[in-house]
Design a protein around this ligand. Structure first.
Ligand SMILES: N[C@@H](CCC(=O)N[C@@H](CS)C(=O)NCC(=O)O)C(=O)O
Length: 299
């Protein structure tokens, strides 16, 4: 997606024209530092960590320093964070998460200018200027999935993910990783290649249609990607599928379960608060949709 994103940025810069002011929305604290009761799942994780501490490395024979115990069971107060943001892009995931949890955050972006917002990101994260970039205590964080995981496990344990020992947990994890690990790379690759040279037939390998169909099949039998409840897997998958829909990589009418799920995600009050704050002018610099004739017919 990096190449795709860079190409998009060129067209964004070409079309955006004006750079507005850096929007800095400082939200008042809402429920920061709530304590949650210890869950069996987090207790098991702590026990496992303590058990594994002090192992001997098989390859080197050296004693591995004991790992500090995991205190995932107790929520530590959420520190102030600053989210560096591009309107309509992955950084929305972190804003949405904060709205779901009722945690405060500062949001930085240049209104209506993806190029301007990216310039702000470069100031704090020059080596890997991607959105989201998050200032968290004295660290500069990136990778939306990692940021969400850190916030949930440290500051909201037990929320927005199934219990570790529940049957839902493995599939929650699969979908959580699938968004960036399987879906978007294949969609991005097909989009880039098909723009240059529309294929005569579909690849026999897993392609963009496969990864979307797999998600559709899951949603025909489960209300959410995490199973019965809304979880952070839904937050990860929403951008992946919404953006995929904009690329016109498939005929979206063929995926009613995804369409229904997207509508439910977008109706969530926290999602709507995110849109009002983080996408005040709508989708800035939407990607150029693939022409219908550039994609092969469905299997
Ligand atoms: N896997 C990363 C992807 C980050 C990423 O590529 N973000 C895009 C925006 S959606 C970006 O910053 N693009 C700017 C560029 O590639 O120059 C994540 O989930 O945070």
């Amino acid at each position: 997606m990096a190449a795709l994103a860079s190409r998009e940025l060129k067209s964004w810069l070409a079309v955006s024209g004006r750079a507005g002011d850096v929007a800095a929305n400082h939200k008042p604290p809402r429920g920061a530092g709530r304590q949650a009761p210890m869950k069996l799942s987090t207790a098991l994780a702590a026990i496992l960590t303590v058990t594994l501490a002090g192992c001997v490395s098989v390859t080197t024979g050296e004693t591995v320093s004991p790992a500090p115990a995991v205190h995932a069971a107790e929520a530590t107060p959420m520190p102030p964070i600053t989210i560096y943001h591009l309107e309509g892009r992955r950084s929305e995931r972190v804003v949405w998460l904060m709205e779901e949890l009722g945690f405060p955050y500062e949001l930085k972006f240049v209104n209506n200018s993806l190029g301007g917002s990216l310039a702000e990101i470069r100031k704090v994260n020059p080596k890997m200027p991607t959105a989201p970039t998050v200032i968290y205590e004295d660290q500069v964080l990136m990778e939306s999935g990692a940021i969400i995981d850190v916030i949930l496990r440290r500051h909201a344990p037990g929320k927005l993910m199934p219990a570790l020992d529940s049957p839902e947990y493995p599939w929650h994890q699969i979908w959580y990783q699938y968004a960036e690990g399987s879906l978007l790379p294949r969609v991005g690759t097909d989009y880039n290649v098909w723009q240059i040279k529309p294929p005569e037939r579909r690849s026999p390998l897993v392609d963009s249609e496969n990864v979307i169909r797999f998600a559709e099949d899951w949603l025909t039998t489960h209300p959410y990607f995490g199973g019965a409840q809304f979880t952070s897997a839904d937050i990860m998958m929403e951008f992946a599928l919404r953006y995929t829909w904009l690329l016109n990589i498939v005929d979206t009418d063929r995926y009613p379960a995804i369409n229904g799920w997207l509508a439910r995600m977008h109706a969530r009050p926290a999602y709507q608060r995110m849109v009002a704050t983080a996408r005040p002018n709508g989708m800035i610099g939407p990607p150029v949709p693939l022409p219908d004739e550039a994609r092969p017919p469905p299997r």
